[in-house]
Design a protein around this ligand. Sequence first.
Ligand SMILES: [Zn+2]
Ligand SMILES: [Zn+2]
Length: 437
Amino acid sequence: MDGCNAVRSPGSTLKPLVYGLAIDKGIITTATMLPDVPVNYSGYSPENFDDKCNGLVSAGQALAYSLNIPAVSLLSQVGVPHFTDKLRRNGFEAIKSDQEMGLSVILGGCGVRVTEMGALFAAFANNGVYAPLSYLENNDSIRTSPLISDAASFLITEMLTKLVRPDLPNNYESSLHVPKIAWKTGTSYGRRDAWSIGYNRKYTIVVWCGNFNGEGVPELTGGDIATPVLFDLFNAIDYNSSSEWYLPPASVDFRLVCSQSGLPPSETCSDIITDYFLPQISNSKKCTHLREVFVSADERFSYCTRCLPESGYKTKMCKNLPPSVTAFYQLNNITFEQVPPHNPECTRLFSDNAPVITSPVNGKEYLLEKNAGQQLQLQCQVESDIHWIYWYINDKFHKRTKPNEVTFFTPDAGAIKISCSDDKGRNEDINVTIKYY
Ligand SMILES: [Zn+2]
Ligand SMILES: [Zn+2]
């Protein structure tokens, strides 16, 4: 059995590439805050390795901690075709063009070889320039190609060099020599493959552990099993590797950003940090992590310009979070400076920020077992000032619920229109198809 050419699941080891592509598209820098909350992409709901969510995390931490939800979110922004095209053009032969690849490719839902992973990480080690593996020294016939920019390569190398991360084996923290390397671990579904791939300026090493027959082993994880081998190998061939580390390329600069968003601060931001960025490329919108709202003197209600009284109000800075993060904080009883409920006497009909139905998924076909009592879950995200939600099935009133309350219903077969209105009169409709078998 040729282990180097066996096609295996990469687990999380392809994640650095999607971060690199997202950096080159200006979507993120190291400090960009990303939502790490339950999401649903047309029926696909990724979960983290430890089933926990963190609210908002920086891109740098999300990669160092190998969080699944931010990686899937970045892949959906970068685009699966762009990502798989990069892999195919850079030596990954098992990523077929005619294959329908989905978002799960970033969590190991594809096939790779040890040799292919070696060439990929050697490109990260070589300022983002890809070269196919060569078994000869001074091979002039090799054609190189740009995988990601030198700037993106430098940023992901910085992220992968962090020592505070869960995949650093416990016994290495204090007693043993940790080589200065950038590394990424991976564990495939069913614990069939454990990876740890590391590099410095001189060497790139791929460690893969697993059974050739594909049988999983409960103890098999990249961090516990493969990383100690990787560190031992680096210590054996390059003990004091830290002397020559990567320097920022000319295409990278420093800037000040707000720690709450990773974006250039506005006047109201107080916690300012420094962050690498790509001038002309990285997102440079000003931070809006806080917004000023009009509230009653006792802060029980908020006002809009329509219902603002002539006196007896004040202004307050409130957290401006994506609805998915707000819903997550509320469900988990995490307190934050949220906008107080809107003035109940306000007559303005809000047209924006309508409810977003998160379950069921618009346009999807649901296959339910006949006479098994199977039900569909109704769930939505609404603005923080909403008290009641009204559900309609095929334009007939179904139920009134509290925000974030999960409710179920037994659907009839066929096409179903589901509507959700909030107590401000804002509405969303979706359509699903039900089939019984
Ligand atoms: Zn800010
Ligand atoms: Zn109002």
